[in-house]
Design a protein around this ligand. Sequence first.
Ligand code: S3P
Length: 255
Amino acid sequence: MATGALRSGCEGGAGADGRVPSPKGRGKRKRKRPNKPQGKGPSSAARGGRGDPGAAEANAAAAKDGRSSALEQPLELAQPVFFVGFMGAGKTSVSRYIARRWKLSAIDLDTYLERREGRVIRDIFAEDGEEAFRAIEADVLREVGRSPNPSLVSCGGGVVERPQNRSALGELGTVVYLRVSADEAASRISNKSSRPLFNDIESARALCERRGPLYDEAADIVVDTAGKSVGQIGHEVVRALKRCGVLRACKEDAS
Ligand code: S3P
């Protein structure tokens, strides 16, 4: 699989926040799409406010898990991993859970975008409209995806709306689709006011249905989340990423 002098998993990880880790001088990567493993099954995890999305859920999942992260073999990412899926799929919680447990870097694209723009998403939608938001999102996706240090990147649910983004996701890294129904998503989301496109359940169902094929088109790995905990989903994703060579043992730990 992909390539390059990869350090992210061996440097003790990084803050799983919205920030891109600082470059460590890696050369240009040539990225290949991995084999498309088929994930399965379903849920839990919601995200709260944008300030620290997914943190509480990821922490709770890690605590409930009861297994020490010190027992995990340190891993590194061969290329960025993008989490896509509908609002409430658990993209941020799962990516943060994996980041903490395996000492990897995680970035929440929406948080990164809000910090870069100095405005929250709700205000960007209200002041400039969805198209303006999509243009910023497309720009931020490429900025984060081209960072020299590959990270786990949780994307906004609408990142797949633009065909150029769907292609870019596959070119820049590996795409993990966390599948969820609109009804289950609604039960997980505590802060709907930060999501301008989650207005009522009828429109959420229609949007979720329309986007299903777009997520499928972009995905390398599909994991159904219904009825699963953040930890279960995290482990399932890690197994799939190991299988296709995107997650691997750190070089100094590999024997
Ligand atoms: C959106 C999802 C949100 C955020 C914005 C638009 C969407 O992210 O990017 O409100 O179009 O589905 P989450 O999926 O993280 O909630």
